[in-house]
Design a protein around this ligand. Structure first.
Ligand SMILES: *Cc1c(COP(=O)(O)O)cnc(C)c1O
Length: 389
């Protein structure tokens, strides 16, 4: 099959020419002084983007690796953990935590909803001794987000450490690791940063390091070990294993582009793309998947698939007929998703996504006001359009 003309997925997303060029940088020895500098610079840039003074660890492996490493590092058999579930990734974290022997409590809401911080407060007040709270910021498969700003502070006030999956939110939504008092944050470069898939970008607080060091079950001498990175690289300048040289160059370029644009400007751009898309979907007479717009994520817009159709059918049609790749719900429900990540959270991309999805739904027999949707999206975009640099 031909390559897609547009990739409007929920990540990996289209990378910029600058990121693609950086991925093609010479592959050097990992202890070459130039690469060592690049690696350290990239750590600092990731820290800036996560807005933290904590250590940053760059692990070689898609963000799921970082999430598993963090979970394994923090818990041991019997650890009391509160896992917040509002979608597929939160649910998956619970399976891991149980697998590692933790005593897992869960607050679970419907996969089109978000966790209420007041519930978290109530739960922690009623269950003293919870050691870790795990939460997903942007629950990408369902296009929703949890108020991690409030949850981080509540967890901290109750003496619990936080493990935050911010894989898809950072760069597209406000995220402040230190101000929100978060302990371990795991970011993926292939979402709003517009970088390559293949690395986990992780910040770790001093309290989290203390807990991991004291945890006999924390992986050591393992590909999953955060501690190896702390002791061997951050403290000893020796890599526990060879970094993915090309990916590091790609991630640095993606960080550079984000920092050059400015974090706030990038967030505004993602929010605008998402707002335009939501307006378009509503005006087409289709339903958004999230319960309300207030809990809708800016990095992806989840759209309920009309009755009688399936996400698989719709996505296949959009891709085959119109050359546009969009995402499904990964099991969160009968929904499709239009990504607004990095490059695709700009210009006319939202209109392309709406046109391809709207026309496909109509082709498949759904009642869709395509023109009204496009007009509504353009209305939102035009109100804030800036001259193209
Ligand atoms: C993308 C993503 C991950 C990484 O998972 P993959 O399915 O391997 O891409 C983890 N958490 C969230 C919230 C994500 O969006």
């Amino acid at each position: 099959m031909r390559d897609p003309e547009f990739t409007l997925s929920a990540g990996p997303t289209a990378a910029s020419p600058g990121v693609l060029a950086a991925l093609g940088s010479p592959i050097t020895y990992h202890y070459d002084p130039a690469f060592l500098e690049c690696f350290r610079r990239t750590e600092r840039k990731v820290a800036q983007i996560l807005q933290t003074a904590n250590d940053v660890v760059l692990m070689q492996g898609e963000a799921v690796l970082g999430l598993e490493a963090a979970a394994r590092g923090l818990v041991s058999p019997g650890s009391k953990v509160l896992n917040l579930v509002s979608g597929i990734f939160g649910k998956g974290m619970g399976y891991w935590l149980r697998d590692f022997g933790a005593d897992v409590h869960e607050i679970e809401v419907a996969y089109n909803d978000a966790v209420d911080p007041a519930e978290v407060e109530r739960f922690l007040a009623g269950h003293p001794g919870i050691e870790v709270v795990a939460v997903v910021h942007s629950e990408t498969p369902s296009g929703t987000y949890n108020p991690v700003d409030a949850i981080g502070k509540i967890a901290h006030a109750h003496g619990a450490l936080t493990l935050v999956d911010c894989v898809s939110s950072v760069g597209g939504m406000p995220f402040k690791a230190d101000e929100w008092e978060l302990d371990i944050c795991v970011l993926g470069p292939q979402k709003c940063l517009g970088g390559p898939p293949g690395m986990s970008l992780i910040s770790v607080s001093d309290d989290a390091w203390k807990r991991i060091r004291a945890n006999p079950a924390a992986p050591r001498s393992s590909f999953l070990s955060l501690l190896d990175w702390k002791e061997q690289w951050l403290e000893g300048e020796k890599f526990p294993y060879t970094p993915s040289v090309s990916d590091v160059h790609g991630v640095e370029a993606a960080c550079d582009e984000l920092l050059e644009e400015g974090i706030d400007a990038s967030i505004r751009r993602h929010e605008l793309a998402a707002r335009a898309t939501r307006a378009g979907i509503r005006a087409m007479g289709i339903e958004l998947w999230p319960r309300s717009e207030e809990i809708s994520a800016a990095c992806v817009t989840a759209v309920a698939v009309p009755d009688g159709l399936t996400d698989l059918q719709v996505r296949a049609h959009v891709r085959e007929r119109y050359g546009v790749m969009i995402s499904g719900g990964q099991g969160a429900g009968n929904l499709v998703r239009l990504g607004h990540m990095g490059l695709t959270a700009s210009g006319m991309y939202p209109v392309v996504g709406l046109a391809a999805l709207g026309r496909s739904l109509a082709d498949l027999g759904a009642q869709v006001e395509i023109g009204a949707g496009i007009e509504a999206a353009l209305e939102v975009l035009a109100a804030e359009a800036a001259p193209v640099a």
